[in-house]
Structure formats: C-alpha cells, structure tokens
Ligand binder design. Sequence first.
Ligand code: GDP
Ligand code: MG
Length: 202
Amino acid sequence: RPRSASEPFLSIKNLVPFTPPPTRNVYLLGDSGVGKSSIAMQFVSASYLMDLSDFDFSISEDADDVYDKTFRVDDDEATVRLFDTPPCGHESFEKNEDKYLKDGDAYLLVYSVTSRRSFQRANELRFKLRKAKDTETVPIILVGNKTDLERSREVSFEEGRHFAASFNCKFIETSASLGHNIDEVFEGVVRQIRLRTQKSDE
Ligand code: GDP
Ligand code: MG
C-alpha cells in the first residue's frame, strides 16, 4: 500500500522517523500517435501485459491524464506521477506548453521508430526543453517506441542513440504493444532522478 507523504513511519533499520520520498512528476511528450497513452497504460498495468485493443485512446486528446504508481527500484520505493500530455502541436498542448516544460522532474521524449516526422518532433521538443529548464539536473529519456513494427521502421537504433548522445539524454527503444522495455523506462527515470538530485545536493 502506498503511504501518503504526510504519514511518516518508523523505520526499524535506523529507528528515526522516516518520510517517504517525494512524488516525482514525469511528463510524456511527443507527436500524435507515437504511443504515449499506450506507454502510460502499460505503466499503470504493473508488469502483466494488458490488451490495449479495447482501450479508448481518444479520451486523452484534450485533458491531462495523470497516473500515480509506487514501485521499488534498487531496494528503495519511488512514487512516479506520470502526466500523459496531448500531442505536441495540438491546440491543448500549446495552451499548457509552459507548464509541461517547467513542472517536470523528468521527461520522456517519445517518438515512433516508424515515423521520421515524430523523430523530428522529439528534436524540436528537446530544444524547447533546453530553453525552459536547467537540463543538467532534469533527466530526459529519449524513447523510440513501436519496435515490434520492424518492417516499417524509418529511424534506426543507431540514429536514436546518436541523437541521445549529442543531447546528453538516455536512450531506450520500447514496444508498448508488447510491453517490452516499459518497466525499464520507468526504473531508468527513477535512477536518473536520484542520481541528479544527489549531485545537486552535494
Ligand atoms: P499517443 O497519441 O502518443 O498517445 O499514441 P497512442 O498511445 O494513442 O497510440 C497510437 C496508436 O499506436 C494506437 O493505435 C496504439 O495501439 C498504437 N501503438 C502504440 N504503441 C505501439 C507499439 O509499441 N506498437 C504498435 N504496433 N502499435 C502501437
Ligand atoms: Mg494519447
């Protein structure tokens, strides 16, 4: 059971009151149709594979969808609050763009490996983020989704890796449909946030 932040508990390990770690805001950003909502659905569905075929994806076009999940990474619990945003370029994205680009503790820049346009969109978003944030302390993970559609691939793994290296982001390829590498994305996000907050506290 996730504990609320206002509810400290006694840790047997060190016998001092221990406040659970804060909730981390993580934003999914990217072009329309790249699989942001599908990744969010797999994230909340724990580790079992969810059948996404009956899911109504249209509901996220206008409102923010927010998902909380507490899970264990490297022996410590972490709570991620995941924001599924409307596609960049969409009217409701532009309206809240400043908020999205400022409020995140981490960003998942999602593109589809089957769409070069979506890869270019990720590039544009990276520039916007660099303007809006201190990107030295805010982790960004480039996520190339839909690896199950290998025959329609337009963006190679190498290109993704190269882009990420040149912009100092982490890189991972996923398939939201198969649930492949989705847990790894969120474990990576938590590790990156921990690393960078430790650094800035020093
Ligand atoms: P969003 O607009 O970025 O939120 O994208 P959605 O999550 O709504 O996905 C758009 C379409 O791509 C839907 O039909 C999904 O079923 C499909 N989709 C999402 N992820 C994958 C994936 O990894 N593989 C395949 N084959 N299709 C996917
Ligand atoms: Mg969506």
